[in-house]
Design a binder for this molecule. Sequence first.
Ligand code: 5AD
Ligand code: SF4
Length: 343
Amino acid sequence: METSPKGIENTTRPSLQDIENLASRPLEELIHKADSLRRETYGTSVFIRGLLEFTNHCVCDCHYCGLRRSNTDVARYSLTEEEIEAAIRRGLEKGLGTFVLQGGEDPDWPTDRLCRLLEDLRWKLGDAFAVTLSCGIKSAEEYRRLARAGANRYLLRFETSDPDLHARLRGGISLERRLEAIHDLREAGFEVGSGFMVGLPGETDEIRVKNLKLCRDLDLHMVGIGPFIANPETPLAQAPCGTIEETLRMTACLRILLPDTNIPATTAAGSLVPGGREKMLAAGANVLMPNLTDLEHRQNYRLYPGKVALIRDGVEDLEALRQHLLSEGWKMSLARGDSLAFH
Ligand code: 5AD
Ligand code: SF4
């Protein structure tokens, strides 16, 4: 029988105290445990998703985000259906099995339009590939329609599990509404991803532990986390950023708490420190999302400053990415890479 160090047994429903004990273990120990669990479930494979940032318009006013509606310094864009289709075709030619369509909450992309796009993509390109949507809060009925139209997965981070901090940083939008939407996504049949930022101004150790617990309690299929990075075009311009150490600690804890879940090594970690994404992979992450968005638009998808690219464009140069991953001991996988937690 495996003997885990005290405090990091993988119990089914860990209490807040269990998670607090876990999160306070030495970082190397957490990383070691997370790495071995990840190898048991996903081996050395790293799943690749093509990320398409299709609109940077947003009606929300989150204090941390450069796409917030009050930021007048960002040039707004929205891709056309033709541009989205062309980008997906390019990705398919390279062998990609999953595409993530991410955007702000853009009234020019209502559910009807998204459904028409999805149906058209499925009609023309088939359904061998997975489509992940990440475009905010919608009604339960809208989520059902998007799933029927051909979307398979949905990402909606809860951002922070603390109701007051959530409301304060998201312009009064409640955590409760966010959690209701996550519930609706699950009911609609999506593979569901959520997650949080690490080191938001006002975050405490207790909130970090609650963030982990909420991910565990929601039984997420995918968990996306990344350090908060202060954006000079937002009210949080002067706030200190999250740290890579805390991000790695949270990554390793998530792998231990949710061994089967898909965890991306996120751009924010790579933007905070060189090699940040590689560090996340070593701490239990198993997904990378190279950017498919063309360079002209990408520079305006400014959630935070200093967004790094993966080996030039990543998708333009998948071979370089494969070699890079190999040199770190990982095997690049272009498969759909469904979450084992979903099955
Ligand atoms: N730093 C780090 N991550 C950010 N996001 C938005 N703004 C920032 C920032 N300043 C993250 C949020 C959002 C995702 C698309 O990007 O978690 O859900
Ligand atoms: Fe809009 Fe998302 Fe940015 Fe909030 S975090 S302003 S919802 S794009």
